[in-house]
Design a binder for this molecule. Structure first.
Ligand code: B12
Ligand code: SF4
Length: 450
């Protein structure tokens, strides 16, 4: 085991996870680790480099490793491809540098053969109670100032949806103590004066008392930022998010909630162990609309065992939700992409879907089996028919642009919207126009779902 107490010069690296950089995003795991080492190792000099948020990342990385004792890589499975070349560079040029890895990939695959890439692979979480703002990349700070800051209010979730990592890791909700959240809000407001704050949480209202304390604090301090967060639809009930609570939320600046709607079929929702009904979804979304809050509805299709009729139930639910008006954003339905972990992953394994069993097997894994990007159209999932593999990757583009754009004030957006709405009404997820649009969209407008 590496004796970290005798190591002072540390570099924590977060590489990109696909050919597309996730610019402006906060990479919580790597930031937590860099902050933890900086706080706990006396006299340490800790640097944090996130490829998503650096121009000339490679040059900066090469410069940084010249004078470093230990490099720690934060790894999701998709980052392995981009991490290995950096590890090889260090091994070849600076053999004395110790290299460690940690993150969700080692946590999910603690027994995998990691070869000689790392001197140590950490398969547990490090404490995540400090996020040192001086380590946050400048590009992220800029986003905090101009667009949206983030404040963490909780980690994980006590539900166990079959497709979610929470069901594999058997995690429970870990709320950040309310005093800490309030102090963080005060700090972020003073330091960055953000127009908007995203409360990073898998389910912000899981601790409703904490949610209320945060809302009261924002009102008391008369902060002007708006805020958004993620919620389960099931919190919309008397005594939780109800007609007494919603006006307070709005007063405090709540303008958007994100919901995991997933499916319009009760059978599929039960299969996913989602613990919600389409009626609950409709109620939550209509309540948001009533109070002027945007409801972003994230929806999936191509779920193992889902039938054509059940898919149509999802499309019908989408029609109902979008009929509530322009405050409803339909995100998806995106094709279900299996990532390792989750009960649903056990299901896809039955259809012959296989993940690599060695660390090296992951390096090019996603080249042939593209997951992780809404623009992936070349999918070959064994639980789907040939036709479904061809058409389902285009469903989100038809619904997203057809339903969200067709009433736009911008003429070009409206024309695109009307064309796609026509496709949507015919349930026609093909045609050269859709494919050509997807091609252009992927080439020129890759960063946001605009
Ligand atoms: C918030 C979130 C995001 C955010 C922020 C991502 C980030 N890296 O912080 C955004 C929106 C950017 C995002 C994007 C994506 N995400 Co995401 N995301 C999450 C989510 C919900 C929470 C992550 C988080 O904030 N955790 C809190 C931090 C503090 O914990 P942590 O990252 O695990 O880090 C701790 C330990 O792992 C360890 N550790 C971490 N790094 C290191 C390094 C060293 C050296 C050491 C010693 C320890 C160590 O200590 C840390 C502190 O305790 C997770 C699900 C989950 N609950 O884990 C999915 C998850 C990580 N995402 C996932 C995916 C697939 C993606 C995307 C590919 C999605 C997409 N289609 O683009 C991208 C890839 C981004 C990337 N490179 O990480 C998958 C990863 C699956 C896998 N096998 O790797 C997960 C697990 C969800 C799932 N499907 O199950 N995501
Ligand atoms: S999908 Fe959402 S509600 Fe379900 S376990 Fe995951 S974080 Fe919790």
């Amino acid at each position: 085991m590496i004796d970290l107490l005798n190591i002072k010069k540390i570099l924590i690296v977060n590489t990109r996870s696909s050919d597309r950089k996730l610019a402006g995003m906060v990479m919580w795991g790597a930031w937590a680790v860099a902050s933890y080492y900086k706080k706990t190792i006396k006299g340490s000099n800790v640097k944090f480099l996130d490829e998503n948020n650096e121009d000339d990342f490679l040059e900066k990385f090469k410069e940084a490793v010249k004078n470093i004792e230990l490099v720690g890589f934060s790894l999701t499975s998709m980052q392995i491809k981009y991490t290995v070349p950096l590890v090889k560079y260090i091994r070849e040029n600076y053999p004395k540098i110790k290299i460690i890895a940690g993150g969700i990939h080692p946590i999910l695959f603690p027994d995998q053969d990691y070869g000689n890439y790392f001197d140590e692979v950490v398969t547990t979480e490090l404490p995540k109670d400090t996020f040192d703002y001086s380590l946050l990349p400048e590009q992220v700070k800029d986003v905090y100032r101009k667009k949206r800051a983030q404040v963490v209010t909780g980690f994980n979730c006590s539900y166990k949806c079959a497709f979610c990592i929470n069901s594999v890791r058997n995690k429970r909700y870990e709320g950040v103590p309310v005093e800490k959240v309030l102090a963080d809000i005060d700090y972020v407001t003073k330091e960055f004066n953000p127009p908007k704050i995203y409360f990073r949480d898998e389910d912000f209202f899981q601790d409703i008392d904490k949610a209320e304390a945060i809302i009261d604090h924002i009102i008391k301090k008369k902060y002007k930022f708006t805020w958004d967060t993620s919620s389960r639809v099931t919190h919309f009930m008397p005594g939780r998010i109800d007609d007494d609570f919603l006006p307070k939320m709005v007063e405090s600046g709540c303008r958007q909630l994100r919901f995991g709607v997933e499916s319009g079929s009760q059978r599929v929702l039960n299969f996913l162990r989602k613990g919600q009904t389409p009626e609950k979804v409709k109620f939550a979304v209509s309540q948001c609309v009533k109070y002027g809050i945007h409801a972003t509805c994230s929806i999936m299709t191509g779920i193992p065992t889902e039938t054509t009729e059940e898919r149509e139930e999802t499309y019908k639910l989408i029609d109902v939700l979008s009929s509530y008006g322009s405050l409803v954003d339909i995100l998806g339905p995106q094709i279900y992409r299996p990532y390792p972990g989750g009960l649903l992953y056990e299901e896809v394994k039955k259809s012959g879907y296989k993940l690599p069993d060695t660390f090296e097997g992951w390096i090019n894994y996603y080249d042939e089996s593209p997951v992780g990007d809404v623009f992936d159209t070349d999918v070959h999932y064994p639980w789907l028919s040939k036709k479904e593999n061809k058409t389902l990757p285009y469903v989100w583009v038809v619904s997203h642009y057809g339903l969200n754009y067709s009433n736009s004030k911008n003429l070009i957006k409206r024309l695109i919207g009307l064309l796609f709405k026509w496709h949507w009404e015919l349930r026609w997820f093909g045609g050269w126009d859709v494919k050509f649009f997807m091609f252009l969209r992927k080439k020129f407008l890759r960063t946001d779902l605009e």
